[in-house]
Design a binder for this molecule. Structure first.
Ligand code: ADP
Length: 273
């Protein structure tokens, strides 16, 4: 026969089981909402360029195709719309890989100064269009860090592209490096652009978050750039920071470890001296 204490244990077990199930259901609900929201955001982002492209094609089919000049203009615009779609899909692909942990990092030592120089070259045209000067002290000696070079290049590119997009005409983007006490290197991207109001700062790294949706779209933004940046830096177990004053400018910075190989070489050299 069952004793009172047996019954108590049984009741406790049932309660524990029910609690576990409730938690499981809640987690599933959160995941399901997350998925729905993601799909909603994605289709919304794709809709605008798709309708633009369709608009140009329909106008061409409607007769505009006969005029050589108009034809070229509309095809060019349609092609720009397709470029934008490709760009969004690539960003989505990256974010999915980063969020599901399907992106392997290839860690190697590389010169961060050289990487920034390369990004400056790639963005020369973009910055010139807005008369923004990209600056950094050419006297920097090589700074070797450990990281996935390709991904870090993407981080640096996204941050500098933002400083141009949200920078004011004729402004400046300044890159600087500093070695911290814990053998980390911090890279800072400073701009004197529009800055960000305090209330928006906590949400900046959320995917699809944009302070000004229209402004961002006009600049070709998808609202995914900063969340990709954050994921990549966190996958390196490093940190990303933002400091911004509305109307004055912003600073985005991140850390990377000084290359272990170079550190060992330095130690060996000092032992020899
Ligand atoms: P987007 O594709 O819209 O640029 P991001 O994820 O890169 O998306 O950035 C999110 C939002 O953060 C931007 O829409 C913009 O409002 C704000 N932002 C990012 N970088 C800067 C900056 N350097 N200056 C001012 N605002 C910025």
């Amino acid at each position: 026969p069952r004793t009172t204490s047996d019954m108590k244990t049984l009741t406790e077990e049932v309660e524990r089981f029910a609690k576990g199930k409730k938690l499981e259901i809640e987690t599933l609900k959160v995941r399901e909402n997350y998925r729905k929201e993601f799909i909603g955001n994605v289709s919304h982002e794709l809709k605008t360029p798709l309708f633009t492209v369709q608009g140009y094609i329909l106008t061409l089919l409607d007769g505009a195709i006969k005029d050589k000049k108009v034809r070229k203009k509309y095809l060019n615009r349609a092609s720009k719309g397709v470029d934008r779609l490709i760009y969004i899909v690539k960003d989505l692909d990256m974010i999915t890989k980063l969020e599901t942990g399907d992106l392997d990092l290839y860690i190697e030592p590389f010169n961060l100064v050289e990487l920034v120089e390369g990004v400056f070259e790639l963005l020369e045209m973009k910055s010139a269009k807005k008369e923004i000067s990209l600056n950094f002290d050419k006297e920097y000696a090589p700074i070797y860090v450990d990281g996935d070079k390709e991904r870090i290049q993407q981080v640096v590119t996204n941050l500098i592209v933002n400083s141009i997009k949200y920078g004011k005409k004729g402004g400046t983007t300044e890159i600087s490096f500093e070695e911290l006490e814990n053998s980390k290197i911090i890279l800072r991207v400073n701009d004197n652009g529009e800055g960000i109001e305090k209330e928006h700062i906590p949400r900046l790294f959320e995917r699809f978050f944009r302070v000004d949706k229209t402004g961002s779209r006009r600049e070709g933004g998808s609202g995914l750039g900063l969340s990709i940046v954050k994921h990549i830096i966190e996958a390196h177990n490093e940190q990303i920071f933002v400091d911004s004053v509305y109307g004055i400018g912003s600073e985005f910075s991140f850390t990377l470890p000084k290359s272990q190989e170079i550190l060992e070489e330095e130690t060996d050299a000092s032992l020899l001296n």
